[in-house]
Design a protein around this ligand. Sequence first.
Ligand code: SAM
Length: 270
Amino acid sequence: MSFDGSQYWRNRNDGREDLTAVGQKSFGSAYNQIIYSRRLEVLDQLLSENFANLEHDRIADIGCGNGFYTRYFHEKGVKKYIGLDISESSINKLKQAFADFEFIKCDVTLEDFKFGEKFDVICFFDVLYHIVDDGRALQALTNISGMMENDSSRLIIFDQLASAEVRLTKHVVFRSRKRFQDMIDQAGLEVTKKRKLFIFLVPPVFGYTVIDFTIAGLYKILGFIIFKRSVVGKLFAKWIVKLDRALIKMDVIIPNHEAIILKKKNTDKI
Ligand SMILES: C[S@@+](CC[C@H](N)C(=O)[O-])C[C@H]1O[C@@H](n2cnc3c(N)ncnc32)[C@H](O)[C@@H]1O
């Protein structure tokens, strides 16, 4: 039987209130707080470099989860924000918490996904690698491309790409760089900028099954140790994030999650 993403996310988002509902479940809440603060640090840098008037921009957050970034945009004074997610319970909770923002329960991978509006910034954070079917992932990117203005809109994706495709569990596929490039080409998108998020804070993925399963196993053991020991988990994560920042500065090449900024391809030449 094929993987039912909507059932998976309904079960997962219903049961938990903290970041383990949307983050790295096995690491526990304290470690996830550091993972998310690193993501926010990079997002904040990218947005301030690219969007001078964020509060007046139209923001769409696709797969908004339990609203970690909703809160960020709210605090930034954003006026027009829409959160989309396949999980009804997440959407209902966010509607109550952020009455001045709009939220819609929907599946971004559907062919009949129709969205008349355009957005300046579209966030697609840690969602693409959870859409494990390539056809549906391409449909999602095509749908998102339809929500973008020709020149000015930017799509920001947080994803992990490797030299070859890796499927470690049924709800995650880390695609090859080549497959990702083919997909964005077909969706009429192109990459304008990339920024590394992590080196070791979450498991790196190389695209070699034996190596990647071994690494995933080692991080699972780490998870067992820190899951309920929040002080140790937080201290450890803080130490690794410092190491990651230093290694990223030194341009160390270990494949891990990245922030990828895309725009619509210039079709004038075609
Ligand atoms: C790993 S969580 C990330 C949530 C949020 N972006 C974050 O970074 O905290 C993935 C989210 O994508 C949502 N999602 C998965 N498949 C989706 C789909 N086909 N359409 C819309 N949302 C989807 C899930 O319900 C879940 O909230």
